[in-house]
Unconditional design. Structure first.
Ligand SMILES: Nc1ncnc2c1ncn2[C@@H]1O[C@H](COP(=O)(O)OP(=O)(O)OP(=O)(O)O)[C@@H](O)[C@H]1O
Ligand SMILES: O=P(O)(O)OC[C@@]1(O)O[C@H](CO)[C@@H](O)[C@@H]1O
Length: 320
């Protein structure tokens, strides 16, 4: 199915304003003077939409937003050519803070987000269905705020199942497990989310592949696992691939997984070529400040290596 030509819809149930603060070495209990601050629209689906439009691909973002922070989020989003579908809420949009040290270690402080009322949950779900009309692909991404039951994404997958739409899920915990059972076209866990989903540590590439196969058996049609500087593994009905970019000097990994997912969808959302694009977009994102999404000039797909034979026993280095 062609993914990149018609609109891609992203859903961010729990959006944020992301403040990335660069400091010297972090000392618990200490005072830190920031050397740089970046304020950007955040939440995983919003980041995917930003990455897509930065590369000339049409994206529509469904965003529940309330309070003064909601106004600020919508205003920050106006810098991008995203078709924003705002669902008004009473509670304010959360603020998530990332603290980055000179060696690019990220310490992330994510708020839970304001509680959505039952009526707001229904309005959000209905807005997603309306926004998805004639879309090629819908991405359900990020955590669920208080008040939203963990089957929210699973319910949306079921409601969209009669349409010719690929539903992609990037979430964690019980919401991910429920979504997998509903049979999404693709899930994009990172290393930690994959471990949580199969409830065991995964230390080698083979462990990752086995976990991905387990989630396929549980309902996910394909699994794109992002593995930080170890690149990414794709497992689908046609096979298993591992690809990686040369390790870049990371500046900020915030949103790298979202850029990676956007790169996968931008290149058709299937198979080896899409995996190469995904890894190139992820590697480009980590070299940029805050959660800045890569643009065409930042991308180096020709440097991505797809290993013809997967080194199954290879130990994962972890992180970025
Ligand atoms: N140091 C690095 N060098 C090269 N590529 C990297 C590096 N770190 C990450 N990447 C690329 O970025 C992709 C996404 O990284 P990661 O697995 O950390 O995502 P994530 O944990 O989902 O991120 P987030 O949740 O912040 O969006 C990786 O699959 C890889 O392709
Ligand atoms: O709390 P969640 O919804 O799991 O993740 C939210 C978040 O950490 O994800 C994005 C990076 O992937 C950031 O823009 C945002 O702050």
């Amino acid at each position: 199915m062609e993914v990149a030509t018609s609109v891609i819809v992203t859903v961010t149930a729990n959006p944020s304003i992301d403040r990335t603060v660069e400091v010297g070495a972090l000392v618990r209990g200490g005072l830190h003077r920031a050397t740089a601050v970046h304020v950007q629209p955040g939440g995983k689906g919003i980041n995917v939409a930003r990455a897509l439009v930065c590369n000339g691909i049409k994206a529509r973002a469904v965003v529940p937003a309330g309070g003064a922070e909601g106004e600020q989020l919508i205003s920050l989003l106006s810098d991008y050519s995203i078709d924003v579908v705002r669902v008004p809420t009473l509670g304010p949009v959360r603020m998530n803070v990332s603290v980055i040290e000179p060696d690019a270690t990220v310490t992330k402080l994510n708020e839970p987000g304001a509680r959505l009322t039952e009526q707001e949950c229904r309005a959000l779900a209905d807005a997603v269905i309306t926004a998805s009309h004639k879309a090629s692909c819908v991405i359900l991404a990020g955590s669920l705020p208080p008040g939203v039951h963990h089957g929210f994404y699973a319910d949306l997958i079921n409601r969209l199942s009669g349409e010719d739409i690929r539903v992609v899920v990037d979430t964690s915990g019980p919401a991910l497990r429920a979504a997998v059972a509903a049979g999404p076209a693709l899930i994009k866990p990172n290393h930690h989310e994959l471990e949580e989903a199969v409830q065991r540590p995964l230390s080698t590439l083979q462990d990752v592949i086995d976990a991905a196969q387990e989630l396929r058996a549980a309902g996910a049609q394909a699994v794109l696992a992002s593995l930080g500087r170890d690149g990414a593994v794709l497992v689908d009905e046609n096979g298993t691939w591992h690809a990686e970019a040369p390790v870049v000097l990371a500046r900020s990994s915030v949103g790298a997984g979202d850029a990676m997912l956007a790169g996968f969808l931008a290149a058709g959302g299937k198979g080896q070529a899409a995996l190469v694009s995904a890894v190139a977009w992820g590697a480009a994102a980590v070299s940029l400040p805050g959660s800045t999404m890569p643009r065409p000039d930042d991308l180096r797909p020709h440097l991505v290596e797809v290993h013809p034979r997967i080194k199954a026993g290879r130990e994962l280095r972890g992180d970025n």
